[in-house]
Design a protein around this ligand. Structure first.
Ligand code: SF4
Length: 311
């Protein structure tokens, strides 16, 4: 038998909770008018995507599949301006569920570009959020994920430069890359506040505290969730067995052998009922729930208003 500990904060951030609630409300109010469409995934979580698909929501990045006049919700990761323009040109009724903290980065990018800056944006090239921000100006925003990619860029001496980043990256890796880029370009302009969001920061800090004490780490979240991946990375770097699973059924029994304590956390888009399922699975047969360690109270609230254009 091993001891089980829970990290907190974990799971839904305030905006994921809002975005899911928003889509739920839209489905309830408008499903009689035909399917509700969402570009990409409302949040990066399989359970949530399946839940909405069962309610008839269609997730698609292909506007050809969306009939004129339909309601389309833009996902929490933010959306490429060209996609919004194409959706509007098709007379789709657009609802923006982009996280305000992602919109903040879009706004920073637009402001810098309007002032003649070129932007080095730290992020994952194929991540929805990075795609959306870069789309503000594909010729002047350069997405880099590491030093090598940063080294591949060159700018004339007179070029004004700014540095932005994706909201859900590793705090430590991003700081290291920011420092490296700032050394190369000492005059580069940074945003007033870090672009890594509070939820990503808090979840990473909580896991950093607990890995000092644990034999193994389980992160509940989906493979395509950037912030969940970064939580697992903290365990891997601390050289403890670490696993990212969507739900309890993905946890191999072999992972539970030879440990005396296990710590559990979850990504910002993972519902807590999946963590509770995992706990129920582990308790009794495998381990005993000892404690929930709260490293920070989160009080963030995002108000929202659904404003759907008329058909
Ligand atoms: S993880 Fe951060 S950026 Fe993503 S939805 Fe939550 S608060 Fe917004």
């Amino acid at each position: 038998m091993f001891d089980i500990y829970l990290a907190s904060p974990r799971g839904y951030c305030a905006w994921v909770d809002r975005a899911i609630g928003m889509l739920d409300d839209i489905v309830k109010a408008y499903q009689d008018e035909g399917p509700i469409y969402v570009n990409h995934e409302i949040v990066h979580n399989k359970f949530i995507v399946n839940y909405f698909e069962r309610k008839g929501v269609v997730f698609s990045d292909n506007l050809d599949e969306v009939p004129t006049g339909s309601i389309i919700v833009f996902s929490a990761h933010g959306v490429a301006p060209s996609f919004v323009a194409a959706a509007k040109a098709k007379w789709l009724r657009c609802v923006d569920a982009s996280c305000p903290l992602v919109i903040k980065v879009h706004n920073e990018a637009k402001k810098f570009i309007s002032e003649g800056y070129q932007i080095i944006y730290i992020g994952k090239k194929n991540h929805q959020e990075a795609i959306g921000v870069a789309d503000n100006d594909l010729e002047n925003i350069f997405v880099v994920g590491n030093r090598q990619e940063a080294d591949g860029l060159s700018f004339p001496d007179w070029q004004k430069l700014a540095l932005l980043n994706q909201t859900t990256l590793s705090v430590d890796d991003t700081k290291e890359l920011i420092d490296y880029i700032c050394q190369k370009y000492p005059d580069i302009k940074l945003p007033g506040f870090s672009d890594i969001c509070y939820a990503t920061t808090n979840r990473q800090e909580a896991v950093k505290e607990i890995v000092k004490l644990s034999d193994a780490l389980i992160i509940v979240g989906s493979e395509n969730s950037s912030n969940s991946q970064k939580l697992k990375l903290i365990g891997e770097r601390a050289s403890i067995p670490s696993i990212l699973i969507d739900n309890k059924d993905e946890l191999p029994n072999s992972f539970l052998e030879w440990i005396s304590s296990i710590w559990i956390s979850s990504g910002a888009s993972a519902p807590d009922n999946l963590v509770q399922d995992l706990l129920d699975h582990l308790k009794g047969k495998w381990g005993v729930l000892k404690e929930e360690i709260i490293t920070k109270e989160e009080k963030m609230i995002f108000p929202y208003k659904i404003d759907i254009p008329k058909s």
